[in-house]
Ligand binder design. Structure first.
Ligand SMILES: Nc1ncnc2c1ncn2[C@@H]1O[C@H](COP(=O)(O)O)[C@@H](O)[C@H]1OP(=O)(O)O
Ligand SMILES: [Mg+2]
Length: 352
């Protein structure tokens, strides 16, 4: 079966949620709140989750959803809830027909709270389950750097559809990202990309601001003749991946170019279109279990662009174990032909 309808709805739902996150950023985060104020993240996270789940409920009422947030704290904070509702109720896509496909606006603040709690599935190996991260890369979001709205559909534990909106990545697939600055503001013309993939049918990108699938272009990883010429990506946050170990792996591979640091699943998206080649996420804490919503969409997009995605042992990420990747440790992604070499280097560095 083809999942084009699911992809279409996922793209539009992510696109609409990105509009909300951008509005929150420009209203709340940019210059007006201190770095310690996490409220823009909270508002954007809950609002984007409500918008995306309502679109899934409208189109695929029987599907389950694993999403990062739940609304109990929001039910106790009436001011915050009202603030989120103020933003959520007015967000719509420019194109009315597309907006109708998503079911139009939510009915009330109460239904928004109820919808948020639809993301409480336990996940698992059976059935149709969506994995949603409404704002991945919250630190990047607050900085005006990279963040992503991520949605994947798993069927019987296998990722079939992925859609990722990256409001601050350059539209141009050939644009290189400056390793030292990374972040790009969304108010700059030419930023905002929507990536998507269907299993067996390739990966695409299109400008976030455009509608529909007609403008999508196929994307693929960059051919790398010599592994020492590869560019590697990693997270900005030292707490999320072991940057020293990442660097040691790169050194073993003969890579001398500095890493490109980006927050969020924008890393998967970047290597999928050839802006960078290898994504290393070597564990900092031995007992940390990666969450499925942090990887489902990106895993598929990279594999459909010609890459391989595994954990540090070379095992594919297993999305059938519940809300976390309970049987995997870390993430390593690269062009298929290079993956064995990269994993060998990882094993030496981590003494596996
Ligand atoms: N110790 C950790 N190891 C790996 N990832 C982590 C860790 N702690 C949090 N994360 C997750 O890393 C993601 C961001 O990744 P990146 O650094 O690549 O942008 C977030 O979703 C965050 O989850 P959470 O939102 O639950 O804190
Ligand atoms: Mg996340």
């Amino acid at each position: 079966m083809s999942y084009q309808q699911e992809r279409y709805i996922a793209e539009l739902a992510v696109q609409r949620a990105c509009l909300l996150t951008q509005k929150v950023f420009f209203e709340k985060a940019k210059g007006t709140v201190s770095k310690d104020d996490k409220s823009p993240v909270t508002i954007g996270d809950f609002g984007a989750q409500a918008l995306i789940i309502s679109a899934i409920r409208k189109n695929f009422p029987n599907d389950e959803i694993v999403a990062e947030e739940e609304a109990s704290s929001l039910r106790e904070d009436k001011d915050l809830s009202a603030e989120i509702w103020r933003l959520v109720k007015d967000i719509k896509l420019d194109d009315a027909e597309s907006d109708n496909l998503l079911g139009g606006p939510l009915a009330s603040e109460q239904s928004m709270l109820d919808i948020i709690d639809n993301g409480n599935s336990a996940g698992g190996p059976k059935g149709r389950i969506w994995a949603l991260d409404p704002i991945d890369g919250t630190k990047g979001f607050l900085r005006g750097g990279q963040y992503a709205v991520c949605l994947g559909l798993m069927v019987d534990g296998d990722v079939k559809v992925g859609a990722i909106g990256t409001p601050n990545l350059p539209v141009d697939d050939a644009a290189t990202i400056d390793a030292s600055t990374g972040a790009q503001q969304s108010e700059t013309a030419g930023n905002g990309v929507l990536f998507s993939a269907v299993q067996g049918e390739g990966a695409t990108s299109r400008p976030l601001a455009s509608g529909g699938l007609t403008t999508s272009k196929s994307i693929s990883m960059r051919p790398v003749a010599k592994i020492s010429d590869a560019v590697f990506c990693e997270g900005v946050e030292a707490a999320h991946s072991a940057q020293g170990d990442n660097a040691a792996v790169a050194e073993r591979l003969g890579i001398t170019a500095p890493s490109v640091r980006l927050d969020s699943q924008a890393k998967y998206c970047s290597i999928a279109r050839g802006a960078g080649d290898i994504y290393l996420r070597l564990p900092v804490k031995k007992d940390y279990q990666e969450k499925i919503w942090d990887h489902a969409a990106g895993d598929l997009i990279v594999r459909e662009a010609g890459g391989q995605v595994t954990d540090i042992y070379g095992n594919r990420l297993d999305f059938s174990k519940g809300r976390t990747l309970a049987t995997n440790k870390g993430v390593v992604a690269s062009p298929k032909a290079l993956q064995d070499q990269v994993i060998d280097a990882v094993k030496v560095v981590l003494k596996l």
